[in-house]
Ligand binder design. Sequence first.
Ligand code: ATP
Ligand code: ZN
Length: 812
Amino acid sequence: MYAHVILPLNLKGTFTYEIPEEFRASVFEGCRVLVAFGGTKIYTGLVFGLSSTLKEDLCPKPIVSVLDKEPLLGTAHIQFYKWLSAYYQFSLGELYRFAFPSSLKLESETIVRPYAGAQIDWKILDSNEVYLMQALSVQSHISLKEIQAFIPKKHLIQTIRSLIELHYIEIDEKIGERYVPKEVVYLEVNSGIKENLAHVLLNLKRAPKQQQLLLHILQLLEETRATRLKKSHVFKNNDFGQSHLKGLVEKGYIQELLVQIDRIETYDKELQQTPELSPQQQNALASITEGLASKMPVLLDGVTGSGKTHIYMELILDALHQDENVLFLVPEIALAKQITQRLEKIVGSVLGFYHSKLTDFEKVEVWKKLRLNEIKVLIGTRQALLLPFPSLKLIIVDEEHDQAYRPREHAVNYNTRDAALMMGHMYNAAVVLGSATPSLESYYLAQKGKIHYVELAVRYGQGALPSYKVHDYKKALEEKTTQGEFSNQTLKEMEHVVEQDNQVLVLHNRRGFANVVECGACGHVTYCSNCDVVMTYHKASNDLKCHYCGNKSAVPVKCPKCSSVQLITKGIGVEQIYEQVNQLFPQVEVRRMDVDAMRSKFAYEALFESLAQKETQILVGTQMISKGLDFDHIELVVVPRADQLLYVQDFRAEERAYQLLTQVGGRAGRVSGKGKVIIQTFNPTNPFFELLQKQKQHAIYQYLLAERRKFHYPPFTKIVFIELRHRREDKVQRASQYLGSLLQQFFHPATILGPEKSPIGRINLLYQYQIMLKFPRGKSYKKHKELLENAIDAFAQVEAYRSIKTKIIVDF
Ligand SMILES: Nc1ncnc2c1ncn2[C@@H]1O[C@H](COP(=O)(O)OP(=O)(O)OP(=O)(O)O)[C@@H](O)[C@H]1O
Ligand SMILES: [Zn+2]
């Protein structure tokens, strides 16, 4: 018997191992096995196939041990992984590496360390476990390779596994990627206080508030029969202040404790009923159900504020009633948190959530709970699609148009929406895509009848959608009626909203203060030392940053080239818009929302609170402000430099601009129905802005589709994008030319664009070249991709180009 195993390495295909007699009955597809590879290294492999004979004349090594009693991945998921890897042309090994938490795929380089604060009970450990724990008491961490020196390979994984289960050791993750566990402050009464209460109270005679607080705490402890109390609980009614507590702590009566709490706290409060759906929502739900009954995926095209989430809730509850499982995909972690808060009240403790920033331990918990069917509804980002669901009956892809579903910079860059459709097919699960601004691809498929289309064109509560006004900014400039980046007309509207005690959003989708710092004398600008990119000036942090590699440098006080002190900034970033708004509205609280401003720990919570309380009246931000904000008093959205959204080298620029402008507009007038969006542009007659002003969604989609058809872009063609990178430019240039010539042998020259230097010629010290392939969609696409794979294989055979990093992005 032989097992075909995938390894957590960027290597194509599976590797064959012999299954020794003792394991014959226990190796299944989807089980993890421990194997040796490349000399002395050991890895946790994943069995992806079994056979009784060998095709070639191989002499495979034996499996070292079997790690799972039951398969970790079911047959459907194995098929799904295989499909993903074949369709998107990344290796199974890479996919496995991306999908599995570190402690489920231990390898030689993996490092273990003692679990902080573990109380070790030596009596329960076997000899191998004792050796390892002893080693760890002298050394703070140790790699698997080192452990192999004193624990036989065969027992290695079992030993580690059982120590992890005991919480004695943990797998070390890269620092920086670590997720900060949530901490809650608790209060505890020190020992001896209760017994000597009379005396203690006497001591507090001069501080009556402290006395009351102590009594309050003792009473709450009594009531809850707990040994400690959440601090927030004690201060719930605002009867006491921090100073009172400080007094008690200083006198040694009370102590504050920081306790780490489980992020995935299971919801144990009472469940709430879902609110009744409006007639329009009911119709939409009926139509979705109808579509799903006919085995079609569904596109729910529901305007902003139409209450799509409430419709999802009904679908989820329905699945739960039938004892079936649901996957709810969201593009970003911030949205996952919002949706979790809304859903846990409805579905309770069977809700789980999963994303890349969980700790390894938390991830493994979710894996476990899914297998045990303790989690039945999982909210997650794109990685959640790869989890081992024992069964799955519904997949919801919320905000299906969102770019975050397709991070092109990642090696495992599947398109989450399309992959979800395929997974639905393999699991025989229903798939619902939802958005207020569907991707052109989904819209097109709906038009062709491949996806069941459901439109929900009104907001919940019948409030009108915002109106769009396009302002001619060129004219305002000519008439000299502008201040900063705003026309007087725009400012008047902003003032009006603020006076009414309502809120304004200002969208400017460019980070930093200015694009460049330029020398006024010689024109010198500072480039990133790693990338062919000008450094962006950030005034708030007073430095220059590269947005591609994260590199930072000090702001020059004089030109490094000619020493002139005449430095000028050019190009406007969101920080500058924020500064202008602050100056123009000195009486008003203005805040900024972009990645740079939202880095601190509770940044989101603090901002949301201040918006809800209407303290913040104007919020300036990047695309971040377009996502999920659901506040009742935002009445106006201003986009000062809208043209910038269109001048991007991307055939999807207009689609993205439409989605962004509609999503951000959708934050306005959600209750009043009187929201307004002001677009300032130099090109008010651009058909795009004219259509946007009319807010005729279908007309916009027809316009966008016509443009795509004319220039042979998706969804009318399929694009495969190839990136080649290397430290040496001459090498990557030659390599890309060679690959280009290989491709010429397979494809018509008209389908090949490039090779050429990428618009950003160097990122992170690597020079970049690119080739774009435009293939026909439909049946021949598969054939084209097979030919492409041949060409890539032939390219990979060339010894001289081994060191070139190639990345293929299928369905670019
Ligand atoms: N049936 C309902 N009963 C009560 N409130 C509802 C109902 N449907 C929607 N709402 C409320 O209307 C608001 C908008 O709903 P929701 O956030 O689900 O909209 P959405 O379609 O997801 O919008 P967006 O795409 O703009 O995020 C929410 O505050 C929600 O609580
Ligand atoms: Zn850089």
